[in-house]
Design a protein around this ligand. Structure first.
Ligand SMILES: [Zn+2]
Length: 244
């Protein structure tokens, strides 16, 4: 490859903190998505190279001093859960669920043709292939599942952060990420993760702490939520795509 270092350096410009934080937000989300896909569904996301995403995430974490000031390059970490919490804490971002590119390119399972279709139509399960007319219902269902997973993740973080504040303790990522795939995560799983994270000899009730967090963060949740139901159902969460 023909590469002129001087030209490259002289064409560089300093990015604003806002641009960098937006970039970290994007790469964090992409990183989470590829890890989630590999972990829960044993596959890669088409067109996304996990290695590239990981390195960018790494570089941005280093640049933005996500852990602490003065951490060496070799010691930078890219935990997906903690990054999200850090972004929450430092930006007080109003995170919404993962946004899809709109229109979104999808591949038809029947003819293999690619169409760019409105996200609204896909999520409503009304979209059809522009090449052969076949239903793209399956693609829509996968997108719905993805929305549910990211929403569950977002809701779980709110509960965890609330519980952490209450106990003045940290609930390690591993204790949460180990419990269950996000789509199946229940309030009981969260209680188990909190329970494992309490200091030895603590008499605090993990159940009470999780319930307090639910009441505070999700005022419209049922008074006695189902602890064994998927989190979104337990919290009485409206599925966003159903309102399309
Ligand atoms: Zn087709």
């Amino acid at each position: 490859m023909d590469f002129d270092e001087k030209v490259f350096v002289s064409s560089a410009r300093l990015r604003t903190a806002e641009e960098l934080l937006d970039a970290l937000d994007l790469y964090f989300r992409l990183h989470w998505a590829v890890v989630n896909e590999r972990w829960n569904h044993k596959r890669a996301i088409e067109g996304i190279d996990e290695g590239v995403i990981r390195e960018r995430h790494y570089a941005l974490n280093c640049l933005l001093q996500f852990q602490n000031v003065g951490v060496d390059w070799d010691d930078v970490q890219t935990p997906t859960l903690r990054t999200r919490r850090w972004l929450f804490g430092s930006m007080r971002f109003n995170f919404s669920v993962m946004k899809f590119m709109d229109p979104s390119p999808v591949r038809c399972p029947a003819c293999g043709g690619e169409s760019a279709l409105a996200v609204k139509e896909l999520l409503a399960l009304r979209a059809c292939c522009l090449v052969c007319g076949a239903s793209l219902r399956e693609n829509g269902l996968r997108m719905r599942k993805f929305v549910d997973e990211t929403t569950t993740f977002y809701d779980a973080i709110l509960i965890i952060m609330h519980v952490e504040e209450h106990f003045g303790t940290t609930i390690p990522d591993e204790n949460v990420e180990a419990v269950s795939p996000w789509e199946k995560l229940t309030l009981r799983d969260l209680v188990a993760a909190v329970d494992r994270s309490l200091p030895a000899g603590s008499t605090a009730s993990a159940t009470d702490a999780v319930m307090a967090a639910v009441c505070k963060e999700f005022p419209s949740a049922p008074e006695c939520p189902d602890f064994t139901a998927p989190l979104l159902d337990a919290l009485g969460n409206q599925r966003r795509y159903e309102s399309y």
